[in-house]
Design a binder for this molecule. Structure first.
Ligand code: HEM
Length: 484
């Protein structure tokens, strides 16, 4: 059947491993890496390959990426490597599909609702930011990435299980979690001594810990945290709750801490952006002082216009999540652009297997217009590479340049709704914590620019392994900064 399909060009590489090693070779996070660059210049923005042991279509095409994400559950489906399910759990949101995914998502969205963001999350985000920043001594040097991790982990542990920062149980969980994370991002080799094996062990220790918190709970019946809410309002089994808690801890901690580290890094190289941020935040702080108000509120957050531009630019250039894992549920034909310039993707209903069904109007029109699309065969893996779109020079002027002003409209307001900007994915699996992540970054930046000046204490830069990380942890030296 495949001989009759018009597959994108590409190279299937070696038997079994295909091109996986080249694809995963580390590269600087602000680039698309040599592998992608070479493949795009040779084959174009959509190419076929053999990755993670599967026949794969790689897409660096903004239109196809959107099409894939918007057709989740209909033409495509989330499909992470089996090892991810092994470590995050079979009930983890990252691997669930269908009704069960929808139910877990509803719970997560409830936990991260707008109402909860305004209170109590905003207050806790600020408290946890201050807890970290107040521990920074004048003229001291430390790893900014670790500090950001401390902040996001403490925040999540508090909101998921009411764990207080600094308490022995929180610190113990944090330690286990570090081992666990090393395994999530390592090769899934389950042999004695490997990071993956150690992480599986940490997983069971963490689950035991969460399990004991759950047992303490049932009699107390508090609803203030996710655990309490789930126990009271859902019929999830213990096993499902454990995986949900673990995956939220994972999703809500790693990505936002790296994003904060990236913001610190990019801003260090862009003094004019720091200056403009300072002006914005001094203004907010002054008006708060006048009104006698101390804590940040939602109106203050809404005033952080330039900060939103900095956040968007950090996410565009840093690309914490570089690509997503999907598979095709049906034969799909994709044609990049139609006559009107909008992306077109259509189901391949005319193919052998489904000959009896009538052709949808879209297909007839496309054939009449003489368009030849690429075919994505049913069962093939599909990787929408969101980073490649964010770094595409035809979509973003000088894409490797940190330029927060690109997100400003003529009136100075932030315009972060570009069709080509998808740091949080899209469609029915759009990141459930996107608003919390932006809030965390904004509040952290607020107190950072008001209270500190910082410089890199040692050269470091973010790499995509493909998970994004600063190899030296981003060492910075800070000086207290007093606002006149
Ligand atoms: C800057 C920080 C963040 C980035 C860049 C980010 C990015 C993403 C992306 C791209 C996805 C889609 C995955 C896919 O479609 O396969 C996702 C899903 C998800 N994220 Fe985030 N995320 C961030 C922060 C957070 C935070 C703070 C939370 C809060 C707990 C969170 C919770 C989730 C959850 C629960 C999902 C699964 C959604 C679903 O499957 O329906 N994320 N995230």
């Amino acid at each position: 059947k495949q001989n009759t399909l018009n597959l994108p060009p590409g190279n299937m590489g070696w038997p079994f491993i295909g091109e996986t090693l080249g694809y995963l070779k580390p590269y600087t996070a602000t680039s698309i890496g040599e592998f992608m660059e070479q493949h795009i210049s040779r084959f174009g923005n959509i190419y076929k390959s053999n990755l993670f042991g599967e026949r794969t279509i790689v897409s660096a095409d903004a239109g196809l990426n959107r099409f894939i994400l918007q057709n989740e559950g209909r033409l495509f489906e989330c499909s992470y490597p089996r090892s991810i399910g092994g470590i995050l759990g079979k009930w983890s949101m990252l691997v669930l599909v269908g009704d069960m995914h929808r139910d877990m998502r509803t719970i997560s969205l409830n936990f991260l609702s707008n109402a909860r963001l305004r209170t109590p999350l905003l207050k806790d985000v600020e408290d946890h930011t201050l807890l970290v920043l107040r521990s920074w001594k004048d003229n001291s040097t430390f790893c900014a990435q670790d500090e950001a991790k401390k902040f996001t982990f403490n925040l999540m542990a508090k909101h998921i299980m009411s764990l207080d920062p600094g308490k022995p149980e929180t610190e113990k969980l944090k330690k286990e979690y570090i081992t666990f994370m090393k395994g999530v991002v390592s090769a899934p080799l389950n042999f004695p001594g490997t990071a993956y094996r150690k992480a599986l062990k940490s997983r069971s220790t963490i689950l035991k810990f969460i399990g004991s918190r759950m047992e303490e709970r049932t009699s107390e019946s508090t609803e203030d945290d996710l655990l309490g809410w789930v126990l009271k309002h859902s019929n999830l089994s213990k096993e499902q709750i454990l995986d949900l808690v673990l995956s939220l801890l994972f999703a809500g901690h790693e990505t936002s801490s790296v994003s904060i580290a990236l913001a610190i890094y990019f801003l260090e190289g862009c003094p004019s952006a720091v200056q403009q941020l300072r002006e914005e935040h001094i203004e907010i702080a002054r008006s708060k002082k006048k009104s006698g108000d101390v804590e940040l509120n939602w109106d203050d957050y809404k005033k952080m216009e330039f900060t939103q531009c900095v956040i968007s630019e950090t996410l565009r250039l840093g690309n914490v999540v570089r690509f997503l894992h999907r598979k095709a549920l049906k034969d799909v034909r994709y044609k990049g652009r139609c006559m009107h310039g909008s992306p077109v993707g259509i189901e391949m209903i005319s193919r052998v297997a489904e000959k009896s069904r009538p052709m949808p109007l879209g297909i007839n029109l496309l054939f009449l217009c003489g368009f030849e699309g690429y075919d994505i065969p049913c069962g093939w893996k599909v990787l929408p590479v969101i980073a490649a779109v964010h770094l595409d020079p035809s979509l973003f002027d000088q894409p490797q340049h940190f330029n927060p002003w690109r997100w400003q409209n003529s009136t100075g307001l932030s315009t972060t709704t570009s069709n080509n900007f998808m740091p949080f994915g899209g469609g029915p699996r759009l990141c459930a914590g996107s608003e919390l992540a932006k809030l965390e970054m904004a509040v952290f930046i607020h107190h950072l620019v008001l209270n500190f000046q910082w410089h890199l204490a040692d050269s470091d830069q973010a790499f995509a392994f493909p998970f994004v990380d600063f190899p030296k942890g981003l060492p910075i030296r800070v000086r207290h900064h007093t606002v006149a």
